[in-house]
Design a protein. Structure first.
Length: 188
């Protein structure tokens, strides 16, 4: 019996490795593994202790819509902001986007959501259409502020009305939780 179990485990492991090696299935497998990790992880985004929060000086984030329209999005000027740095080729980003989209659907009129990517606008637009996503993806027209700069994606921030970084999360997470909704409600 133990021999059959070992053979099955070995075959399953080999099949998973093969799927990761084959370019056409690699992203699909990586995204779905990330989704499983996010779904069953006991850890999620947590609010930063008040005495450890970084205060940003109020500024306007210079951005461009996918249609090329220039927008200046105020940060720390009276409205809660959710910033997500992401990319269409990033499996953890793709894994967390559905939960972010649900949060955006419910709070998009109360919270300033910025889904910032450095990719070409047409590539992002095709990705959003293919995945049937309705998120306000934007492109930066300025360097990322030093306090928000990270080398890894996804990196997400919730910034309060005064510009304090209340939450910072790197890596895929489930954003559509009661804990996140309660945090956002407390900041509004």
């Amino acid at each position: 019996m133990a021999g059959k179990k070992n053979k099955f485990s070995n075959l399953l492991f080999i099949a998973l490795i093969a799927l990761l090696i084959i370019p056409q299935s690699r992203t699909f497998v990586q995204v779905n593994l990330q989704k499983l990790i996010v779904k069953f992880s006991p850890f999620g985004p947590k609010e930063i202790d008040k005495n450890e929060q970084i205060a940003l000086s109020p500024f306007d984030y210079k951005l461009s819509t996918l249609d090329g329209i220039h927008v200046d999005s105020p940060i720390g000027k009276g409205k809660v902001t959710f910033i997500s740095y992401w990319a269409t080729w990033c499996p953890p980003c793709i894994a967390e986007i559905p939960s972010l989209e649900e949060l955006y659907a419910d709070y998009g009129n109360k919270v300033n959501f910025l889904f910032i990517t450095n990719e070409e606008a047409d590539k992002v637009q095709k990705f959003l259409e293919k995945k049937e996503l309705n998120i306000p993806a934007v492109l930066p027209r300025m360097n990322t502020p030093e306090q928000l700069f990270e080398k890894s994606i996804p990196t997400n921030y919730i910034i309060d009305k005064k510009g304090n970084i209340v939450l910072k999360e790197q890596g895929a997470a489930d954003w559509n939780t009661q804990e996140m909704r309660s945090l956002i409600e407390s900041l509004l």
